[in-house]
Design a protein around this ligand. Structure first.
Ligand code: TGC
Ligand code: FAD
Length: 388
């Protein structure tokens, strides 16, 4: 497997610290050595490569931005660059990692009791436990506030009923962060694998994010101790705060997927001969390559600034939405253009482009669809919600 050299037309590396470059390069090497040799087969088999979990944990990527509980306390740009590299390998790897971080470790750290944090965070950060985040339901995706899942207090327990759908890490997870309404108010609950009344079932026949573990969570009179409610999470705002973390990771991850497709197709275009010339010599092809490089560069600069705002503590959710919306659409467009330039070869998994192209269809939808990000921006611009 050749070592990936990245795309840096604007010398953005000059703006990175030595530590940021070191983290990026370490994750890049991990992807070259550990992900690239197995990901095609994992994608084809519809299998999450869980043998990578201890290695991802050993890199310090789980709970990476936390300073407590043994976290490395890396900055937001380093974290983003790590997500970029993981998604350059495959969406499934970035998704595993960003769900564990932004949608499991983050809510437990932010809303959890001391006992919940002390019990779960070290295990989750060492990769000894996996978590998932159950917000979406079969009937409620873009509008999670309308969720049907309910919790009822019964003595020293809560009893949960409902179904969560399209849940990343569902069947792998030792703990699910489940969002349910208690007396009409959204609250978060920690549901452990093996709890009677709780089952996780894999969703089969996906044609996208195939290497990701995606499933449904069934809660059928599932009784959990009252201590398993996240005390600090009250209202829809809590899960939406988690989505800010996930969308941030995706904005960076999409750049990785785009870079993978772009670099693959540049090499191909230089070698593929038609009409006695490399296809790279044709003006129509060069225009596509120029468009790809321009869009990747714009996305990189956007994310760099987004990371600075995140570390400054001044980031706004609408800024994250802008970056998720732009970068995922950009990556999907680049993947489709690259697939075109690869010709018939582009429809096989021997080239990585179609795997990314298919994955990006999911990324366009998950963590808030392109439309939803558009309307979040629309609300930020006008002060008027299009949802209500
Ligand atoms: P709305 O009335 O706007 O908001 C309710 C409360 O939440 C506050 N809020 C936020 N707070 C923090 N961050 C945000 N991004 C926030 N957005 C809103 C808001 O201020 C309000 O607070 P308060 O105190 O006044 O109560 O809520 P709404 O019902 O109108 O919905 C708004 C909408 C549509 C934007 C929201 O529901 C939404 O984002 N929908 C999309 C759902 C979504 O993204 N689901 C993702 C599921 S997880 C996933 O896909 C993982 S994929 C795995 C991977 O990463 O690969
Ligand atoms: P819908 O909400 O039904 O939307 C269908 C279409 O209608 C979309 O085009 C949408 O943009 C459009 N639409 C909806 N409302 C509006 C509106 N007001 N204005 C304009 N257009 C609108 N969820 C979790 O909770 N946890 C996870 O770990 C998780 N992982 C996922 C992994 C994968 C691979 C996938 C594909 C999804 C995952 N999801 C997860 C679910 C994801 O968040 C939802 O699919 C997403 O929020 C959209 O919901 P939906 O699929 O129900 O689409």
């Amino acid at each position: 497997m050749t070592n990936f050299v990245g795309v840096d037309h604007f010398n953005i590396d000059e703006l990175l610290t030595e530590e940021q470059k070191l983290i990026r390069n370490t994750v890049r090497r991990f992807v070259d050595e550990e992900v690239m040799p197995i990901i095609k087969d994992a994608f084809e088999a519809g299998r999450f490569p869980k043998e990578l979990i201890p290695k991802i944990a050993a890199l310090g990527l789980l709970g990476a931005t936390l300073k407590e509980y043994g976290g490395a306390g890396i900055d937001s740009i380093s974290y983003g660059l790590a997500m970029q590299e993981l998604e350059r390998g495959d969406t499934a790897i970035r998704s595993f990692c960003s769900v564990q971080n932004g949608l499991v470790i983050y809510p437990i750290y932010t809303f959890g009791s001391k006992e919940q944090k002390d019990y779960w965070l070290p295990k989750l950060m060492r990769g000894e436990a996996v978590g998932c985040f159950g917000l979406t339901e079969p009937e409620h995706g873009s509008d999670p506030g309308a969720m049907d899942t309910v919790a009822e207090r019964d003595g020293d327990s809560f009893v949960l009923n409902g179904v969560k759908s399209w849940i990343t890490n569902a069947t792998l997870a030792d703990v699910a962060v489940v969002w349910a309404k208690l007396d009409g108010v959204v609250r978060g609950f920690l549901v452990e694998k093996g709890t009677p009344g709780f089952t996780a079932v894999k969703i089969e026949h996906k044609m996208s994010a195939r290497a990701s573990d995606t499933g449904e969570l069934y809660l059928n009179n599932c009784r959990i101790p009252k201590e398993n409610m996240l005390p600090g999470a009250e209202g829809l705002r809590a899960p939406l705060m988690c989505l800010n973390q996930g969308r941030y990771a995706i904005a960076w991850g999409a750049i990785g997927a785009a870079m993978a497709c772009y670099t693959e197709v540049v090499e191909y275009a230089k070698q593929r001969i038609q009409f006695d010339k490399p296809i790279a010599s044709f003006q129509l092809v060069q225009e596509k390559l120029a468009d790809m490089l321009t869009e990747i560069t714009k996305a990189q600069l956007l994310c760099l600034r987004l990371g600075q705002l995140r570390d400054a503590g001044t980031i706004k959710p609408a800024q994250i939405s802008l970056a998720k919306r732009n970068n995922v659409a950009m990556a999907l467009q680049i993947a489709r253009m690259a697939r075109d330039l690869l010709g018939a070869n582009g429809i096989t998994l021997d080239y990585q482009t179609i795997r990314h192209m298919l994955n990006l269809e999911s990324v366009y939808t998950l963590e808030g669809t392109h439309h939803i990000q558009t309307l979040i921006l629309g609300q930020d611009i006008t002060g008027i919600s299009a949802f209500k």
